[in-house]
Design a protein around this ligand. Structure first.
Ligand code: KIV
Ligand code: ZN
Length: 506
């Protein structure tokens, strides 16, 4: 069977970053874009340059520093947006401008206050202007799935005539169902007379939990590009999950004539990086990347898998970057064993990097008997964060007195920019409150705590805890992480990590 290529357009950094509470700084975005390039996505939608100075600068930096995929910037159908996207994308070797305008009656009437004719003219001018900056132009009629089909066909025909090389069909509000979405793509193929001059793309939201199913229906009916995000991040309930759509095509390749160029072995590490940096934990039973995705719990299933893996396993975990461990890692493991295990998990580090990781590994191994893969991934996440965020506040000492009386915290922090030591003690409603009160007392610019989450990295009483916090300072969200076998130390580190980011920006 001849196989056809499906292009993977990753929008983790644009639609994914629109997820409520997500807030990535420029260095984090760059780190993610590099991971997406390693994953071998075809297109990275790096942001919406006109929307803020921060977005503009991040898109420009990604365009300068990330090689491999096409770098794309989003722009509404107006001159300022398109010029800004073109400017931000200038350094990219391969660049795409993605311009969009609402096409449904509801968007035209209530959001844009425009007639269909005005909308069509605006779309054509936008595509023509984008085309003056780059050959590669994508056009999206926003809310396509709820648009008047006759108008949609006319709009798409005009956009292609003006030079759009990809036409993207968004199910913006996640309202469509697979049969209907499939029909829409079929009708577009039938009714848009110049459709053979453009690639059809699909962009589905997950409000009804159908983003992947709708995207898949789109592919089956002629779409050759899928817009998706790692871990299904995105506006509201999110976008089509990249790992799911890619693994559908990969797992069922014998029955489906499609392939992608994704390095599937990098899926788990990319998912884990994005979860750590964005502060969105991956749900345990999430398909492909959830902690339980390859865990067999019931006796019958375990028995079956031990006798023959395929009784209950449709994907070999190694395909997505999980490799069964031959040797458990622990306190006595050396650097070589650590390096081998990391390579088995598709992480390749040079000797100097292994030295640094080994220091962290030993710290944890002294407190914990067995170091599992999740522990290693968390250690790498911590290393990653330290490498990219400028550390200003270092937790030196923490003492807690807690119980049914008065929870008291005493803390010592080193301010690394001027090497001063800050000390405070406070009473709180609980130990974490006491710690955070101390920090607020010592540091002049802080933020309001919006979210506090503790997550155990593995099972067991000696497990490491990851604490994730989000703080709000002047309506901007900063997230922070802390990792430690002691929850209170992890809590203090998480808050200081968020303040590091706030200070770095100031
Ligand atoms: O959901 C949507 O319609 C979008 C467009 C900008 C493509 O994100
Ligand atoms: Zn979207």
């Amino acid at each position: 069977m001849n196989s056809e290529r499906i292009y993977i357009f990753d929008t983790t950094l644009r639609d994914g970053e629109q997820a409520p509470g997500a807030s990535l700084n420029e260095v984090e975005k760059l780190q993610i874009a590099k991971a997406l390039a390693k994953l071998n996505v075809d297109i990275i939608e790096a942001g919406f340059p006109y929307s803020s100075k921060g977005d503009f600068s991040a898109v420009k930096r990604i365009a300068s520093e990330v090689e491999g995929p096409i770098i794309c910037g989003l722009a509404r159908a107006n001159i300022a947006d398109i010029e800004s996207a073109a400017k931000a994308l200038e350094p990219a070797k391969k660049r795409r401008i993605h311009t969009f305008i609402g096409s449904s009656d509801i968007h035209l009437k209530y959001k844009l206050n425009m007639t269909k004719d005005e909308c069509l003219k605006r779309a054509v001018s936008a595509v023509s202007l984008a085309k003056s900056f780059t050959e590669d132009v994508e056009f999206s009629p926003e809310d396509a799935s709820r648009s008047d089909y006759a108008f949609l066909f006319e709009l798409l025909t005009a956009a292609i005539e003006a030079g759009a090389t990809t036409i993207n069909i968004p199910d913006t509000v996640g309202y469509s169902i697979p049969e209907e979405f499939a029909k829409l793509i079929t009708e577009i193929k039938k009714n848009v007379k110049n459709i053979n001059k453009a690639i059809i793309s699909v962009h589905c939201h997950n409000d009804l939990g159908l983003a992947v199913a709708n995207s898949f229906a789109g592919i089956l009916n002629g779409a050759r590009q899928v817009e998706c995000a790692i871990n299904g991040m995105g506006e509201r309930a999110g976008n089509c999950a990249l790992e799911e759509i890619v693994m559908i095509l990969n797992t069922r390749k014998e029955n489906l004539a499609f392939y992608t160029n994704i390095n599937t072995k990098n899926i788990i590490q990319t998912s884990s990086l994005i979860s750590t940096l964005s502060g969105f934990p991956v749900q345990k039973n999430k398909a492909i990347v959830g902690e339980n995705a390859f865990a067999h719990e019931s006796g019958i299933h375990q028995d079956g898998v031990l006798k023959h893996k395929e009784t209950y396993e449709i994907i070999n975990p190694e395909t997505v970057g999980i490799k069964a461990s031959s040797l458990p890692l622990g306190r006595r493991s050396g650097k070589h064993a650590l390096k081998v295990r990391l390579e088995e998990l598709s992480y390749n580090f040079d000797t100097e990097e292994i030295e640094q990781i080994y220091i962290k590994f030993k710290e944890i191994a002294d407190k914990k008997k067995i170091i599992k893969d999740q522990d290693l991934i968390s250690i790498l996440g911590e290393k990653e964060r330290e490498a990219i965020s400028e550390k200003i506040f270092n937790l030196e000492k923490l003492q807690i007195a807690s119980g049914s009386g008065l929870p008291i915290a005493a803390i010592e922090i080193r301010k690394l920019d001027d090497n001063t030591i800050l000390r405070a003690a406070e009473i709180g409603t609980g130990p974490v409150d006491a710690i955070y009160k101390c920090i607020k007392k010592l540091i002049d610019i802080t933020g309001e705590l919006m979210e506090y989450n503790v997550h155990s990295v593995t099972e067991g009483i000696d497990a490491q805890a990851t604490v994730m916090v989000r703080i709000n300072h002047n309506n901007k969200i900063y997230n922070g992480h802390g990792l430690d076998t002691d929850i209170l130390l992890a809590s203090a580190k998480a808050y200081l990590n968020a303040l590091d980011k706030l200070y770095a920006e100031k």
